[in-house]
Design a protein around this ligand. Structure first.
Ligand code: ZN
Ligand code: ZN
Length: 346
């Protein structure tokens, strides 16, 4: 089967034939892939960004934003049958460690992540633990279903922060996670949603504007000038950092209203911030890591009930053989969300 493979520690990806995987653990299922989104993490692997080597073992079939159909189930699997339409968590919670026993699978101590330490979904089939699967209703098309995973990332931050109807929300980073956080904030009763990007993010900022968000360009504004334009000059009650830029957290501290709340999703390099300001402004800081099982159910229901429309974020669809084009477009910031599909699904 054809697959998008990260073979070597350098710029680029390979499209090559790999053997079809087999079930070796009876708690696992063989999933037939219908669609797989390209995530920012996958782009880091393509670019071989400095942090990439810490997240992946090579060679590896990449892709973790997978939607598909159960093709075969291990003997121990209950609750899933051949033909079930599903999305999958990006690792298998071991079920036994302290955090798994608390239901906090996002903090499991032995995570083997698909597309990173286990083969991923930019191909025809992959193996996943049954515990990772969530069924999706027929009302969610497979392309949209690939957005449930990133929606879950944004939603987890929204579950953590304190936000009330009427709050003003400010989002750093107009990538898919930032845009999804914006849509969730609107759904959650925000008075205004603002989103900040770079000049080079013009396509994404244009999309944000179409979706009803106010947009700012970093090169054209200071923290003060943005604050003056939000919430009568007092700044946003809620700031969500999705960019992972070194300066993102400091900017969030600078722009937030006193007593406001900051949700951190992006993973920046180590950076210093003005802790005194954080203290004196009485800001609440919420780290946010992946998703909980409950987040999956909420994300699925939000899309199934058409409360969040993810379709407009999908700008390109390629089959596996042409997947490199999708990576090139994302690298050039000429795409928002790119979906990769096995060729037979044309
Ligand atoms: Zn992802
Ligand atoms: Zn565990």
């Amino acid at each position: 089967m054809r697959a998008v493979v990260k073979s070597s520690p350098e710029f680029g990806i390979d499209i090559k034939d790999v053997p079809m995987p087999r079930i070796e653990n009876e708690d696992h299922v063989l999933l037939e892939v219908e669609a797989c989104g390209i995530c920012g993490t996958d782009l880091h692997f393509y670019e071989w960004a400095p942090q990439a080597k810490d997240f992946i073992t090579l060679p590896r079939v990449i892709g973790h934003e997978v939607a598909g159909v159960v093709h075969e189930v291990g003997k121990n699997v209950q609750g899933f049958r051949v033909g079930d339409r599903v999305v999958t968590e990006t690792w298998g919670g071991c079920g036994d460690c302290y955090y798994c026993r608390l239901g906090k699978f996002n903090h499991c101590v032995t995570q083997t992540r698909i597309g990173q330490q286990a083969d991923g979904g930019m191909t025809d089939y992959l193996i996943v633990p049954a515990v990772s699967l969530y069924k999706i209703p027929p009302s969610i098309p497979m392309d949209q279903a690939t957005l449930i995973e990133p929606l879950g990332v944004a939603l987890r931050a929204m579950e953590r922060i304190t936000m009330k109807p009427g709050d003003h929300v400010f989002i750093l980073g107009p990538g898919p996670i930032g845009l999804l956080a914006g849509l969730l904030s609107m759904q959650n009763g925000a008075s205004t949603v603002s989103i900040l990007g770079l000049k080079s993010d013009h396509l994404r900022l244009k999309k944000a504007k179409e979706l009803g968000m106010k947009t700012f360009v970093l090169e054209e504004e200071s923290a003060e000038s943005m604050m003056n334009q939000i919430n009568h000059g007092h700044g946003p009650e809620v700031v969500i950092e999705t960019s992972g830029a070194r300066a993102g957290f400091q900017l969030a501290i600078d722009i937030a209203k006193k007593g406001g709340s900051i949700g951190l999703i992006g993973l920046p390099p180590k950076s210093e911030v003005d802790v005194s300001k954080l203290v004196s402004k009485e800001l609440d800081i919420y780290g946010s890591w992946r998703r909980l099982p409950s987040t999956w159910y909420r994300a699925i229901d939000l899309i199934a009930n058409k409360k969040i429309d993810v379709t407009s974020l999908i700008t390109h669809v390629f089959d596996v053989d042409d997947a490199e084009k999708g990576f090139e477009l994302l690298h050039a910031k000429e795409a928002i969300k790119v979906i990769v599909k096995p060729k037979k699904k044309d």
